[in-house]
Every structure is written in C-alpha cells, then in structure tokens.
Design a protein around this ligand. Structure first.
Ligand SMILES: O=c1[nH]c(=O)c2[nH]c(=O)[nH]c2[nH]1
Length: 314
C-alpha cells in the first residue's frame, strides 16, 4: 500500500489527543477467607484503567485529574478486603468506586483473571475435612477465568470467559473432503487426535445473575460438548460448543472463540517395519491451526463497545 496525497495532507493538520485510558496493569492479589477452619483463597490479576477527559495531563503535564496508577493498585487491595465473591462482582465494584469517587472519571476498564487453586487431597486427619486439607492448596487446571468490565457513565458492559482450557480427544475426530492443489500433502483421515486450548469470551446482557454459577455451567457445557461431538473439523466442534452455550444461557448475547488446532501427527513406523494404528504420535508445538469464530443470535442487538478493548479475536 502507498500513502496518498490525502494521507500526506492529513498529517499536516492540527494534532490532537485521541482516545486514552490509563491505570495499573496486572495487580496480583490474593484474598484468604479465614473466618472458618477451612480457608478459601482467591487469586486475581487485576488491570484497572480509568477513562475521562485527561487532556491536561497529556498536553500540559497537569496531574490535577490523574488518580495515580499507584492509588488504583492500592484500591484493588483495599476493596479485596471486603471479599471477592466473583471476578465480575469485584471488577464491577472497582468501576463503581472510581466513577462515584471522582466526578471527572466517566468510566473505565477493569479486567480480572482468576487462577484456580484447589484444596490438597489428604488421607491424614490433622487440619483435614472431607479428605482435603483445610489450608494447603495445589494449583488447579491450566485454565484462567477472565472478565473485562467496562463502564461509560451508568452503562456497564461485562465480557467474561476463560483462557487456556486444554482438551484432547484421542478419537472421534475426522478431517477430509478438503480441496487439494499441488501444495497439498495433508492426508485425509477418519480417525485423528483432536486437541486444543480453548479461549472463549462471552458477553452478558444482564448483571442480575450468579456469575459463579453461570461460569461453572458454561465451562461444563464447553467440556461436555467438546467430548460429545463427533468432530468433522475443529470448526464444527467450536460452533456446537457456542450453540449449546447460547441455547442454555439466555443471559449471554454472543460468544467468541479462539481455538488452536494442536497437531498430533502419527509417527511413520514403516521404516522400522512396524505398524502404528494411531498409537504413537509426534506432538507438534508449532505451527498450529488457528480457528476463530463468533457464535451469535440472529437479529440480536450487537454491542461493539463491550468488545472494543478485547485484544485479538477474543
Ligand atoms: O479441524 C481442522 N480444521 C482445519 O481447517 C484444518 N486444516 C488442516 O490442515 N487441518 C485442519 N483441521
């Protein structure tokens, strides 16, 4: 692409500040609920960013309206003291706090990622209830629960999801019928390993829900559907996962996925005079297929502002 005369002209006009937001990124906070012998721990990585008219800060170096990023970090810790019932409720409270505390703050973006911890199973008896240690934990699954809360005045948008939910099927996956040209080497298959690491994000159309219960159920549906669908392509599995989530949860407007196709290639044992009926695979690190799609409700209202600052496809 080449720059046009109009582009050149545009670069000579008055320079002004465009969209902006600022805050503290990746504040790692752990809240221990220790009011009972069996503790509960919640670990979040929180990014808080404020929006409003910060022209003076950018143009004149005037900090009169700049709530320091350090204060935003401290606020994350201070609000955690009152509990983190869910990442969504915590992010919503941060938004409410900043918008109601400083009249020039018009909104912002609060992102939270939750890391899973599980009580360590134990056959001992000291500090153990129901076969699990009361205050010793092991890191849970590889996945991270996510939420992005954005606020414009009284309008609030919540996009929640998960990242890196690793799943694999050792059969029940086919891939054939694709077009072939002189560069095609891929063999058709009616039995292959299907593996992916699911990143999904969905938009809530209401805040009047139990965020933890809905999250648990969406995760259950994603896993069950991945397992249940006899896959003719990762694209088909993805679509079914989204469809079943939307059918079960009217409070979700749309759902987006980014799912790598993590290739497992059958090792060629012919040179060794051996057979390999889908038993030994070479696990390829990269490249990987990159399958991304949105599943949505036909004719439903879209809300691009909810997705505006979600990086990548989702
Ligand atoms: O499920 C798949 N979808 C594709 O689009 C694709 N392309 C490819 O080479 N293998 C696969 N597998």
């Amino acid at each position: 692409m080449t720059a046009t005369a109009t582009d050149a002209q545009a670069t000579t006009g008055t320079i002004v500040l465009g969209e902006n937001q600022y805050g503290k990124a990746e504040v790692r906070v752990m809240k221990v609920d220790r009011d009972q012998a069996r503790h509960r721990i919640t670990e979040l990585s929180v990014t808080s960013q404020l929006r409003g008219d910060f022209t003076a800060a950018h143009i004149d170096g005037d900090q009169g309206r700049v709530v320091p990023t350090d204060t935003q970090k401290n606020t994350v810790f201070a609000l955690a003291k009152d509990g983190i019932p869910s990442p969504e409720e915590f992010a919503l409270r941060l938004g409410e706090h900043f918008v109601s505390s400083f009249d020039w703050i018009e909104g912002g973006r609060w992102e939270a990622k939750e890391y899973t911890w599980e009580h360590i199973p134990s056959s001992l008896t000291a500090n153990v209830s129901d076969g699990e240690h009361d205050h010793a934990f092991v890191k849970g699954g590889t996945e991270t629960r996510t939420t992005v809360v954005q606020r414009e005045g009284e309008e609030v948008f919540v996009v929640s999801g998960l990242e890196d939910l690793k799943v694999l099927k050792s059969t029940g996956s086919e891939f054939h019928g694709f077009p072939k040209d002189r560069f095609t080497t891929l063999q058709e298959t009616t039995d292959r390993i299907l593996a992916t690491s699911v990143t999904a994000r969905w938009r809530y159309t209401t805040l009047d829900i139990d965020f933890n219960a809905v999250y648990d159920d969406v995760r259950r549906i994603l896993l069950e559907t991945f397992a249940d669908v006899h896959s003719l392509a990762l694209q088909q599995t993805l679509y079914q996962m989204g469809k079943r989530v939307l059918e079960a949860h009217p409070e979700i407007g749309e759902i987006k996925f980014s799912m790598p196709n993590l290739h497992h290639f059958v090792v060629d044992f012919e040179p060794f005079g051996l057979e390999n009926p889908n038993e030994v695979f070479y696990v390829a690190d990269r490249p990987y297929g990159k399958i991304e799609a949105e599943v949505k409700r036909e004719g439903a209202d879209q809300e691009p502002r909810a997705w505006a600052t979600v990086t990548g496809f989702c």
